[in-house]
Design a protein around this ligand. Sequence first.
Ligand code: RIB
Ligand code: CA
Length: 308
Amino acid sequence: MVKKVIIDCDVGVDDALALILAFHSPELDVKAVTGVNGNVTLKQVFENIQKVLSLIQPKNKPLIAKGADQPLKGKTIYAHSVHGKDGLGGAKIDRREGEEGWQFFPGRADELITKMARQYPDEMTLIATGPLTNLALALQRDPGGMGKLKAVAIMGGAVRTRGNITSYAEFNIFSDPLAAKIVLESGLPITLVPLDATHQVSLTPQWMENRVKPINNSISKFIIEATGYDSTTHQFRNMERIHLHDPLAVGVVIDPTLVGKERLSIDVGTQEGEHFGKIVEGLGKSNIDVCFTVDVKSFLELFLSRLG
Ligand code: RIB
Ligand code: CA
């Protein structure tokens, strides 16, 4: 049964890898890709969505829409140090005029999300790989529409592990904790894919040399450029390994058996200070399954098998 999905993202390098995995997976039918401010500015995110879709050249062209250019509250933080100024590690993608891989939606991202949820009631899965601002805006404007989503997969949070932006907080949640609180308290059927899981799956120089480089196509060349992998030094530009945060959020929708989950009620620290953006395990009723274990080998093989 092919799953209809929408991907809300802040294209950065791992978001791009998530889009490649999603569009190269027969289990998924990606109906829309929406952009949110996060790793880089919204303008750059939307430019990157179009660049990556030009690289993928999907058979069925998704609708694309721009969303929030800043968090519900507070200021933007960006992650240029990780994803580069352009958000794709400087990777060059030539966009062939007239061969666009998308259709523009004449409205905001949150409007497209609820429109799609209402158009395909109980069939649509929303995958969020950036800050949750668009999802929160959609819940505030049309909770009934969001209630028609079949499932929601979210890459975000650090539950029982160290954060990656502060010692407690993960980037997507830290970027807009108020939005995260609204979404995680909404009662939507959420699978949360936190750093606890995503730190277990990464591309190493060895995988790049032995498994990615030999694919030798436009996708593998993009991954090499975007990660700054250097074949002579066997190193990435600025990381020891490339964590596949966002691709794992897509992976759990493709094959839910790839992860082990625990049902937890979740709260989010929204007060300024050291717990800002921290995920706190609560008691009481919940609709959130949190991924803690991963079948690492199966996921990596799935990811690599879809780059061809
Ligand atoms: O913390 C990792 C997350 O933050 C990923 O989604 C990455 O793309 C950044 O958005
Ligand atoms: Ca992301």
